[in-house]
Write a protein that binds this ligand. Structure first.
Ligand code: COA
Length: 376
C-alpha cells in the first residue's frame, strides 16, 4: 500500500530545463549558468529571455525582447481606475493576486494556450505587474499614479513609477540583481502551483494568479517580510543574540533560515549578503546589516549541523529596505521577479502536458450508517 509523502519531499514531479539546484553543495544555475555570474553580469530582461528560450540572447534578440516588454508596460484601459478604487487598507499581495487575475478580463482571448499566445500573455503579465504594484502603493499614499517610462529597464521603471523619480544607477542595479536572483527556483511551491493549474489546460492568468496566492505564505515568499519584522523587533545589535536564542529555546522558527532543498548556504543569500552590506552602509542602515550578521552567527553555531542556513529571504529584507521599499511590498517584489519563472514553467508544462492528479490515502472510517438529521 503506497503511503503519502508529507510535503512531497524528494518526489520528482516534472522535468525542467530552466533551473538546477544542488542543495547539498549550495549551487543554483539557470540553464546551466551559475546564479552568481548572472547576478553580476546579466540583467533581468536578459535572464528572462534565458529562462524562456533556454539560451542567452544575441544583442539584437535582447534589444527586440526588451522593446517588446517595454511596449507592454502600460496597463489596459480601466485598470488604473480599478486599482485606485480599491480600499487603501488592502494588503499588496491580496491586491496583486486579484489584479493579475483581472488582467484576463482585458484579454479578448484569455484561454488560448498555444506556445505563441502563452508567451504573449506571459509578457503582458510580466510587463504590467510592476505598474499594478506601483499604482496601488501610490494610491494608498494619496499620490497620483505615475505612468510607466518605456525608456527604462524593468527594474528602473518600477522604482520610477513607485517614487515618481528615476532611481540612481546603484539602486536600479541593486534592484535588478534582486530580480535576477528571485526569477526561478526549481519546483518551489508557487511554481508547482502554477504548473498544476496549467496542467488542466486552464489559462496563463489563472496559473500566475494561483502562484501569487501560494507565494504569499510565510513559509514561502512571505518570509522576507517576517525577516524585516524580526529585525525591527530587535532593539539593538547587541540584543540580537539573546533574541534568537530565546526564540530557538521556545522552538520557534527563525524567518529567513532553512530550506527544503538547500542544506548548505543558499547561493542567492551569498550575493544578497554582499549587496545588503554595501547598501546598508550607503543608506545609513548599518544596524540592520549588523543585526543580520549577529543572527546569522547564532544560527550557524546552533543550526548549521542541521543544514539550516540563511535563505534568499534573509538578506533580501535588508536590501529591499535600503532600496526604500515599504515592508509589505517585499513579497510583491519577489512576485514581480518570479512571474518570469512561473510563466516559463507554465510554457514548459504546456509543451509536454499531463494532468497533475496525485492520489490521496483515505484514512477515515468506512461503512458508516447515515443518520437522519432529526435523529442526530
Ligand atoms: C523553509 C522551510 C518551510 C522548510 O521546511 P521543511 O523542509 O518542511 O523543514 P521543517 O520545517 O520540517 O524543518 C526541519 C527541522 O529544521 C528546523 N528548522 C527549519 N527551519 C528552521 C528555522 N528557520 N529556524 C529554526 N529551526 C528551523 C525545524 O524546526 C525542524 O527541526 P526538528 O527536526 O528538530 O523538528 C522552513 O525551513 C522554514 O519554516 N523556514 C522559515 C521560513 C522561511 O524562511 N521560508 C522561506 C524559504 S525560502
Amino acid at each position: 500500500m503506497p503511503v503519502a509523502v508529507k510535503g512531497l519531499e524528494g518526489i520528482v514531479a516534472a522535468d525542467t530545463r530552466m533551473s538546477f539546484i544542488d542543495g547539498e553543495k549550495g549551487v543554483l544555475e539557470y540553464v546551466g549558468i551559475e546564479i552568481d555570474a548572472l547576478a553580476r553580469h546579466s540583467t533581468f530582461e536578459e535572464t528572462t529571455f534565458l529562462l524562456w528560450n533556454l539560451r542567452l540572447p544575441k544583442r539584437a534578440e535582447l534589444d527586440a525582447f526588451s522593446t517588446d516588454l517595454r511596449s507592454r508596460y502600460e496597463l489596459p484601459p480601466g485598470m488604473e481606475q480599478r486599482i485606485t478604487s480599491l480600499p487603501t487598507s488592502a494588503q499588496p499581495m491580496h491586491m496583486l493576486r486579484t489584479m493579475i487575475s483581472s488582467l484576463a478580463l482585458h484579454d479578448s482571448d484569455p484561454n488560448r494556450n498555444d506556445p505563441a499566445s502563452a508567451r504573449v500573455k506571459a509578457l503582458n503579465i510580466l510587463a504590467q505587474a510592476p505598474a499594478i504594484v506601483a499604482a496601488f502603493d501610490r494610491h494608498r499614499r494619496g499620490l497620483p499614479v505615475v505612468r510607466p517610462n518605456k525608456a527604462l529597464s524593468f527594474a528602473a521603471n518600477f522604482l520610477y513609477m513607485l517614487n515618481g523619480k528615476e532611481p540612481t544607477p546603484t539602486m536600479a542595479r541593486a534592484f535588478d540583481a534582486c530580480m535576477i536572483l528571485h526569477a526561478d527556483h526549481g519546483l518551489n511551491n508557487s511554481t508547482f502551483t502554477a504548473r498544476v493549474i496549467a496542467s488542466t489546460l486552464s489559462d496563463v492568468y489563472s496559473a500566475i494568479t494561483g502562484a501569487v496566492g501560494s507565494l504569499r505564505g510565510p513559509l514561502h515568499g512571505g518570509a522576507n517580510e517576517d525577516v524585516m519584522k524580526m529585525l525591527n523587533e530587535i532593539p539593538t545589535v547587541s540584543a540580537s543574540e539573546a533574541f534568537i536564542k530565546h526564540k530557538l529555546d521556545t522552538k520557534a522558527k527563525i524567518a529567513g533560515f532553512g530550506h527544503r532543498v538547500y542544506k548548505a548556504y543558499d547561493p542567492r543569500a551569498t550575493y544578497l549578503k554582499t549587496l545588503a552590506k554595501q547598501l546598508s552602509e550607503d543608506t545609513g542602515n548599518r544596524d540592520l546589516y549588523e543585526k543580520s550578521q549577529a543572527i546569522e552567527g547564532v544560527m550557524l553555531r546552533e543550526k548549521a549541523a542541521k543544514g539550516i542556513y540563511p535563505n534568499v529571504d534573509f538578506y533580501s529584507a535588508t536590501t529591499y529596505h535600503c532600496i526604500g521599499l515599504q515592508l509589505d511590498l517585499f513579497t510583491p517584489m519577489f512576485a514581480l521577479s518570479r512571474i518570469a519563472g512561473w510563466a516559463g514553467h507554465v510554457i514548459e508544462q504546456l509543451s509536454d502536458n499531463r494532468l497533475f492528479r496525485p492520489d490521496v490515502d483515505y484514512v477515515g472510517p468506512h461503512g458508516v450508517a447515515y443518520v437522519p438529521l432529526a435523529e442526530r
